[in-house]
Design a protein around this ligand. Structure first.
Ligand code: XIL
Length: 354
């Protein structure tokens, strides 16, 4: 790679591009990275042979995009359907991939029966139900998943304190801690994460989460890591991102970049992924990986992409526009962003070599 960097610094981009393309044909993300590289998948998508092939070759970790959420598992008060999550685990085991569990508690994507009844439960009833849910699910996946997002997005959207969810209202300020304790009681080994968005871009939100971390650590509440979702745009401040990496790793926690995608169409005006946007996306991808890779080994848990191909990204619905946010295009071709990921790994090595 030094060879390419040398020519790149002379401005001989053609040589670099040709060289890198030849090079990347032979290699895969899971072989190149020293930490697990993951992707969010659905049982339907991995049932397609080409999809399964790429996912198996490239990734060493899987997250269920939806089917391990309460909406899918929790069919009625004390009935659970693990079939879809189990099929995903079997797929992963056959390919020596680890599985990250997502997510035990979330104010969104609850089953209809729970949405309809949750307001009517008194605190003790809801606490018992939630504890049973957490413990049953964690026990079921014991030894099959390496980690869980215990509570997802419990902090207010703007970072100002806790989110005013029905869980907070009924279970009180300390419910996240208790959810962690319930999970730990059911599996002494599984890694427990708190997962949220905008941690890298909203310093106030980072602070609120760090206060929670400090409080958990002071009281011995089990917490192994933080999931930084990383649904980011080209305007991401690298200083804010770096600060989040530093603050979390200094607390001895693992960091999971848990739902990475990079939006390039915030105002909806783009009709195609232009070469300029693809290049900006490649550069940002490379910086995200480079800085992550420079963390001490023990703080690196995994980088997980929230989908494989641009056309399947949740962001098209969520933002109302195509965002071309992922590593692969519709035709299973690696995008420049893929090369950006590899560049991020290389840069870190070069820096260490010098
Ligand atoms: C999204 C899925 O990608 C969509 O398919 C689903 O309709 C809604 O949820 N933060 C999270 C993820 O933690 O679970 C969300 O996934 C995206 C935002």
């Amino acid at each position: 790679m030094r060879f390419f960097s040398f020519f790149s610094s002379l401005g001989l981009m053609a040589v670099v591009v040709i060289g890198n393309q030849l090079h990347t044909e032979k290699i895969t993300l899971r072989e190149q990275a020293s930490f697990p590289v993951g992707v969010a998948v659905s049982p339907k998508r991995i049932a397609q042979s080409e999809y399964a092939k790429v996912v198996g070759q490239e990734f060493s970790s899987l997250t269920a995009e939806n089917v391990m959420k309460p909406q899918y598992i929790w069919t009625s008060e004390r009935n659970y359907d693990f079939s879809k999550g189990d099929s995903l685990v079997a797929f992963a085991q056959a390919r020596q991939q680890q599985v990250h569990g997502h997510t035990l508690v979330w104010h969104l994507m609850q089953p209809d029966w729970l949405k309809n009844t949750i307001e009517s439960y008194d605190s003790a009833t809801l606490e018992n139900l939630l504890r049973d849910y957490i413990q049953t699910v964690v026990k079921h996946y014991r030894g099959k998943v390496v980690s869980w997002d215990v509570v997802n997005e419990a902090v207010a959207s703007n970072g100002d304190g806790m989110r005013e969810s029905v869980y907070l209202q009924k279970l009180g300020d300390d419910y996240v801690a208790r959810c962690h304790q319930y999970a730990r009681q059911s599996d002494p080994d599984v890694l427990l994460f708190y997962n949220d968005y905008s941690i890298a871009s909203n310093p106030k939100k980072l602070n609120t989460i760090l206060e929670m971390v400090d409080d958990f650590q002071a009281r011995g509440i089990p917490l192994d890591g933080i999931g930084m979702q990383m649904h980011v745009g080209l305007d991401l401040s690298l200083d804010d991102y770096q600060k989040a990496l530093d603050e979390i790793s200094q607390r001895g926690l693992k960091i999971h970049l848990s739902e990475v995608d990079i939006k390039v169409n915030s105002n909806g005006k783009q009709t195609t992924l232009t070469p300029e946007l693809a290049e900006s996306q490649r550069e940002l991808m490379s910086e995200i990986v480079r800085r992550y890779n420079q963390l001490p080994e023990e703080n690196k848990f995994a980088i997980t992409f929230w989908g494989l191909r641009d056309n399947e990204s949740w962001l098209t619905n969520h933002t109302g526009f195509p965002q071309w946010p992922l590593l692969y295009d519709h035709d299973f071709q690696r995008k420049s962003m893929y090369q950006g990921f590899l560049d991020g790994l290389e840069t870190a090595q070069t820096t260490v070599d010098k």
